[in-house]
Design a protein around this ligand. Structure first.
Ligand SMILES: [Zn+2]
Length: 530
């Protein structure tokens, strides 16, 4: 042992000397000592030190005593790979808040953009802007099927011509060449909802050629959820690429319990060799625009002006309203206008945090479901709001979380601290899994939770040098106190950072310690490389 240590020191000195005659005598830039390593593999934690040089982990051993520019004794706290969030809406927020502090304080070191069929098209200018931006975290993107369709045929409900389909293929091809991790879809949204399965498969085949994956916000997460999972599996199977149900949930009390069926479908698909997986956020409420959630798709065809025209026509308005009533009763409203909360409105900031029953009362009416539907249409006419919808149950959530093929993704954003009333998932997702579903409820183990947040999404994205604590991997690391880590953000008070994460390292540099962001911005743009 003693002899080995001397050799290691000598080698280190030699290396430092070779680089520059004035180099310091440190072998390592940073050593984390006395950690409980939860290494991302899912295997049981073990006690070790980690040495970092440059942007990489260079050694993991029971005891590392070679000289280091800096040593942090983590005193038995957990050292884990930095968390990788495979589903984020961070593309505007990253430019306003390049620290992504809401994510870093949960231990997140990589954000993936372009989910739900929505990405910049083309991706290259977006990547160039990101390259020029000093940022605390790594960021990458999918290419979005909805955005591609919109660029070629707009928001119309029709099939593409052969020429249009060829143009869409070319845009996906370009997106993949630019470095996208795969094709995302949002078949629930306009214009994704107007896309036949075969058209998605045509585009998925393009992503498949580059080794990309398909990830989908499915057509229907309520009454049609089982068929939607079948469709997602079919797209992977016939498209010839890995396929993922994103933010898997079961919406509406009438549909609760169907995760038993959806998970069985995933198991059967995997059993016959289809690489189908899931991601999920740990909350029983979803968040999207009021319009997308509460209006039927046909009412949204063609864009905002067309929607307004339909709402202005009394007969059409009545048909829309009937659908909205049904959705509030059976789907996103969970049967009660109180379950729908306004997250933010550009045209009236005071509505944020109020539920739809409050809005109805403000307008001098009784909070019936019918009046709530009327209020929803009024909101859409005024310019729309984002909303939070409490219509998921805990049993489905836990059943999905326990599944081996489920990873964690926030579906969150980088909010402006204190502004509007966002879903707490942006501030709490990863810490909440560790606090509520590991420590309090024992739904999954600590090791499995970390796997679902690190090596599993890394594998899915093809990030071969991240997501595990191993010598040679990039040094993206989160140190946290397993007894104290928790989400503080609530639906009532969302703007609260997670607690219990102690140190966050991105590409070997410390971006967060002692309760504050550092001045370092080591985040990289990540690209899919074949
Ligand atoms: Zn989504």
């Amino acid at each position: 042992m003693r002899k080995l240590a001397i050799i290691a020191i000598a080698a280190g000195v030699l290396l430092a000397f070779t680089k520059s005659p004035n180099a310091q005598s440190s072998t390592y830039d940073l050593v984390l000592r006395n950690g409980r390593l939860v290494d991302g593999s899912g295997g049981p934690w073990y006690r070790a030190d980690i040495a970092i040089r440059g942007d990489a982990i260079v050694k993991i051993a029971a005891s590392i005593t070679d000289p280091a520019a800096r040593v942090i004794d983590v005193q038995g706290q957990v050292i884990a790979p930095g968390f990788i969030d495979i589903h984020t809406h961070s593309r505007s927020g990253i430019f306003q808040t390049p620290t992504a502090e809401n994510y870093v304080r949960q231990g997140v070191t990589t954000l993936i953009e372009g989910p739900d069929g929505s990405s910049p098209v083309p991706l290259k200018p977006f990547f160039e802007k990101l390259e020029a931006l000093p940022k605390s975290v790594n960021i990458g993107s999918f290419i979005g099927q909805g955005a591609v369709r919109s660029a070629i045929i707009g928001n119309a409900n029709r099939q593409p011509t052969p020429e249009e389909l060829e143009k869409m293929r070319a845009l996906v091809d370009q997106g993949m060449k630019d470095g996208a991790f795969g094709l995302s879809s949002g078949l629930f949204y306009v214009p994704g909802t107007f896309t036949p399965t075969d058209e998605v498969i045509e585009l998925a085949r393009v992503a498949a050629r580059f080794g990309g994956i398909y990830i989908s916000h499915m057509r229907d997460e309520a009454a049609g959820v089982v068929d939607s999972v079948k469709e997602t599996i079919a797209i992977g199977e016939r498209g010839g690429l890995p396929t993922q149900v994103t933010h898997h949930k079961i919406i509406g009390p009438a549909n609760w319990g169907r995760s038993t069926d959806t998970l069985r479908l995933i198991d059967e698909a995997r059993g016959r060799g289809v690489d189908a997986t899931i991601d999920q956020y740990p909350y029983t409420a979803s968040s999207t625009s009021i319009q997308a959630a509460l209006l039927p798709a046909w009412a949204q065809e063609g864009g905002r002006a067309e929607t307004q025209k339909r709402l202005a026509d009394p007969g059409t308005r009545a048909r829309i309203k009937a659908e909205t009533i049904r959705i509030i009763k059976n789907e996103r409203g969970g049967g009660d206008p109180k379950n729908i909360v306004i997250a933010g409105c550009g045209w009236d900031a005071t509505l944020a945090g109020k539920n739809l029953a409050d809005v109805v009362r403000l307008r001098g009416m009784e909070p019936t479901i019918e009046n709530a539907a009327e209020a929803a249409l009024w909101i859409v006419e005024r310019g729309g709001c984002s909303g939070i919808f409490h219509a998921i149950n805990e049993a489905d959530l836990e059943r999905i979380l326990k599944h081996q093929a489920t990873m964690i993704g926030s579906d969150g954003e980088i909010p402006i601290f204190g502004q509007a009333h966002p879903h707490p998932r942006s501030y709490g997702t990863f810490a909440r899994v560790l606090a509520v579903y590991v420590r309090e409820r024992h739904t999954i183990t600590l090791e499995d939770a970390v796997r679902k947040m690190s090596s599993f999404p890394a594998q899915r994205l093809g990030l071969q040098d991240r997501g595990l604590l191993r010598a040679g991997m990039k040094a993206d690391i989160a140190v946290f106190d397993p007894a104290r880590v928790r989400d503080a953000a609530t639906f009532e008070r969302p703007h609260q950072y997670a607690e219990g994460v102690l140190v966050v390292i991105v590409n070997g540099q410390i971006v967060f310690e002692r309760g504050a962001m550092t001045a370092l911005r080591p985040g990289k743009v990540l690209y899919k490389r074949p």
